[in-house]
Design a protein around this ligand. Structure first.
Ligand SMILES: CC(C)(COP(=O)(O)OP(=O)(O)OC[C@H]1O[C@@H](n2cnc3c(N)ncnc32)[C@H](O)[C@@H]1OP(=O)(O)O)[C@@H](O)C(=O)NCCC(=O)NCCS
Length: 147
């Protein structure tokens, strides 16, 4: 059973741990910074299984009805145990529970694990974004409108 534990923004040590964890295990054109996390614009969560932090995820409000999930990552030591699938579902449930009507995300085109997870969870392919964050880094977008 996986739960989402909101990042405690008043605990600088915890914030730095999260920044380090995500930058170590998540490929991104621009590294996550303490300042961007501290701004609170993106809501970050730890993924917790049996008391252990096995991953992290986040979402950002794009409009009052649309949220984009970002930085979904499982600790390499815990991959292949369906935690990625559970975390994708958990962050979606969080977005839905927070009152949004639609969730979307972008995924690098070679990230087969996450593409398979999103398609299996009922997301629709919504777009191809060539040279998106950086030349040569292509992404797909996937979205799900809540019933
Ligand atoms: C993507 C990620 C979260 C998946 O986490 P995970 O816990 O290893 O994934 P799961 O165990 O839940 O795998 C679920 C499904 O993904 C697919 N999958 C996993 N590894 C795969 C691979 N190497 N190739 C193709 N599909 C794969 C499979 O469909 C798998 O289901 P199956 O076991 O029935 O085959 C993890 O690899 C990760 O943190 N990667 C780095 C960060 C990242 O890319 N995040 C996503 C950004 S959008």
């Amino acid at each position: 059973m996986m739960t989402l534990q909101p990042l405690n923004l008043s605990d600088r040590g915890e914030m730095l741990q999260l920044v380090e964890f995500i930058n170590a295990h998540y490929r991104a054109a621009v590294p996550l910074t303490e300042a961007s996390v501290a701004s609170g614009r993106t809501r970050f969560f730890w993924a917790v299984v049996e008391g252990a932090r096995v991953g992290a995820s986040a979402y950002v409000e794009r409009t009052p009805t649309l949220a984009e999930t970002v930085k979904t990552v499982i600790d390499p030591a815990h991959r292949g145990k369906r935690y990625g699938e559970m975390l994708s579902q958990a962050i979606e449930d969080q977005v839905r529970g927070d009152g949004f009507k639609k969730v979307m995300t972008t995924v690098y085109i070679d990230n087969l694990p996450m593409i398979m997870i999103k398609l299996r969870q009922g997301y629709r392919f919504e777009g191809f974004h060539p040279d998106h964050e950086r030349p040569g880094w292509h992404e797909y977008s996937f979205g799900k409108v809540f019933a």
